[in-house]
Design a protein around this ligand. Structure first.
Ligand code: PEP
Ligand code: MG
Length: 553
């Protein structure tokens, strides 16, 4: 058993035998033409036109994004610059096959030299070249192998024409050795929901017929897996299939323990989607998203309109609104100083509001007014709270302005470590795992080079969550989770095991999380939490929890 690594596309899993994509056509020989330039050019015209037409037909069949990609490829076959390059080579005595080969190769090298997105288009150009040469030589173009038995396709890279037309009833997944996250294989695989791992070095050493497990979430390809590994992957597939059938209802564990599932929203536009996905309320309304373009602070009246619409959509339900979280990745012109060296560590969140207290007062006034006219249960929380004193400040000002339920977000390690003191002042806490992870691991959440640190499965983050969970239980105060971590189904169960009493996430994640919660009892969730806390890193925490999942029958 060997595990190869690459870049996963989506979260799918596939298990099956490998079929390799046939290798490229051999390079056309450098022979002098025997029929003369005019006849060679005629052959070129026919082959280019037929190839472009063929690609367009495939595009029409596929539709959507695939059609756009294939149209761009057809245009390559029509390209006048390429055509004059081919003609020049034919005039110098080359055969049509050789001239097409050399001209396309020259353009390909130019794209590769440009790097990045352009380099990833090189495969598209190669594919057109191969199709034109195949047509000129009277052989069939290299493409996806045919099979009646479902298989995992392994290739150097897939051309758009291939990806667009994959027969999803037999292609279980795709593994490529080339290509990156923006290659067309990745773009189209994402759109079509194909399980794929791209850029896997060693992929071309996998032999036809070997069994593989393609795990896009983990970005791994396990070759010749053990029976135990295969069993686990199949069990995971069954779990996912079962999720699709779970009816929309209130969030709960298998033993009936309620775990309210709430929506994260950034405007009132997402209300319908949240309600359709069965959101039991709102766990995080990011008010700063309403005013990102504003150059001056919004008035009470402007804000009232938004809050009123939001609250009216959830009669009798909990709606947690966060006061403006300005700063770092979400600066607001009317609240932030643009010249901080380290804005993530600067005057942001509640600190910025406190420095412009009238803005906070206006927002709380607008919220209280909207709440007094609707049946929704309004909770208001402050972002980026780091001290007990800040908690006291926020709760006092909220109360003064007519907010009956006020709490704080736990996004800074200091407030997790002092959760008992903080929750003695606040009525609830909501853990923002995105920032809590960023500050615990000292890794900028926007920086790709440290993205591997931004993993909420890290036991250091989970220990902080457990600290807040313990404090909430001891004081009888609710502890929600509203960072991305709540949208990871298995991690959601771990968080409940560590004391989270509700989970809030983007509406599209609600179904999967609801289904996963129903698979586990409270006792199991607590055991998952303990296992994750005992690990030394994020991968270890994941593995420790996966090892506790029920074995396949
Ligand atoms: C968080 O930090 O986890 C959070 C929910 O807030 P935001 O992502 O808006 O910073
Ligand atoms: Mg945050």
């Amino acid at each position: 058993m060997t595990t190869l690594e690459g870049v996963g596309v989506g979260r799918g899993i596939a298990v099956g035998p490998v079929l390799r994509m046939p290798e490229r056509l051999p390079e056309p020989a450098t022979l002098a033409s025997t029929i003369g330039p005019d006849s060679e050019k005629e052959r070129v015209t026919g082959a280019l036109a037929a190839t472009a037409a063929d690609i367009r037909v495939r595009g029409e069949k596929a539709g959507g994004k695939a059609q756009e990609v294939l149209e761009a490829q057809a245009l390559m076959a029509d390209d006048p610059t390429l055509r004059s390059d081919i003609d020049m080579r034919v005039d110098n005595g080359a055969t049509a096959e050789r001239a097409v080969f050399e001209a396309f190769a020259g353009f390909r090298d130019m794209l590769v030299a440009l790097g990045g997105y352009m380099a990833e288009r090189a495969t598209d150009l190669d594919d057109v070249s191969q199709r034109v040469i195949a047509r000129l030589s009277g052989v069939s173009a290299p493409g996806v192998p045919e099979s009646d038995i479902p298989f995992v396709l392994v290739a150097r890279d897939l051309a758009p024409a291939d990806t667009a037309l994959l027969d999803l009833s037999v292609v279980l997944g795709v593994v490529t050795s080339d290509g990156g996250p923006t290659s067309h294989t990745a773009i189209l695989a994402r759109e079509k929901g194909i399980t794929a791992v791209v850029g896997v070095s060693g992929a071309l050493d996998i032999t036809d017929g070997s069994t593989v497990i393609v795990d896009a979430a983990a970005g791994s390809v396990v070759v010749d897996p053990s029976e135990q590994e295969t069993g686990r992957a199949n069990a995971e597939l069954q779990r996912r299939a079962a999720r699709a059938d779970v009816p929309v209802g209130p969030g709960a564990l298998a033993d009936g323990t309620p775990v309210p599932l709430l929506a994260n929203l950034g405007s009132v536009d997402g209300l319908d989607a949240a309600l359709a996905a069965g959101a039991e309320g709102v766990g995080l309304f990011r008010t700063e998203f309403l005013f990102l373009d504003a150059s001056s602070a919004p008035t009470v009246a402007q804000q009232y309109g938004h809050y009123s619409k939001l609250l009216r959509a959830f009669p009798g339900k909990k709606v947690v609104v966060r006061v403006l979280d300005a700063g770092a990745d979400k600066p607001l012109a009317f609240l932030n100083d643009a010249h901080e060296e380290n804005p993530a560590l600067g005057l942001r969140g509640l600190r910025a509001l406190r420095a412009s207290e009238q803005i906070l007062r206006d927002q709380l006034t607008a919220l209280a007014r909207a709440a007094s006219e609707t049946d929704a249960e309004l909770w208001v929380m402050a972002p980026m709270v780091a001290t007990v004193e800040e908690t006291r400040y926020f709760v006092a000002i909220a109360r003064e302005l007519g907010i009956t339920t006020s709490g704080v977000m736990v996004e800074v390690p200091s407030s997790a470590l002092l959760a008992d003191r903080i929750l003695a002042e606040a009525q609830f806490a909501s853990i923002g795992t995105n920032d809590l992870t960023q500050y615990t691991l000292a890794a900028d959440r926007l920086l790709g080079s440290v993205a591997s640190f931004q993993d909420p499965w890290h036991p250091a983050v989970l220990r902080l969550v457990a600290e807040v969970g313990r404090a909430g239980a001891a004081l009888g105060k609710p502890v929600g989770i509203c960072g991305e971590a709540a949208a990871d189904p298995l991690l959601a169960v771990v968080l409940v095991g560590l004391g989270a009493t509700s989970l809030s996430m983007s509406p599209s994640a609600l179904g999967d999380v609801r289904a996963e919660l129903l698979q586990h009892t409270r006792e199991q969730a607590v055991a998952f939490g303990a296992a994750a806390l005992g690990a030394e890193d994020a991968a270890g925490a994941r593995a420790a929890v996966r090892a506790l999942l029920p074995r396949p029958a």
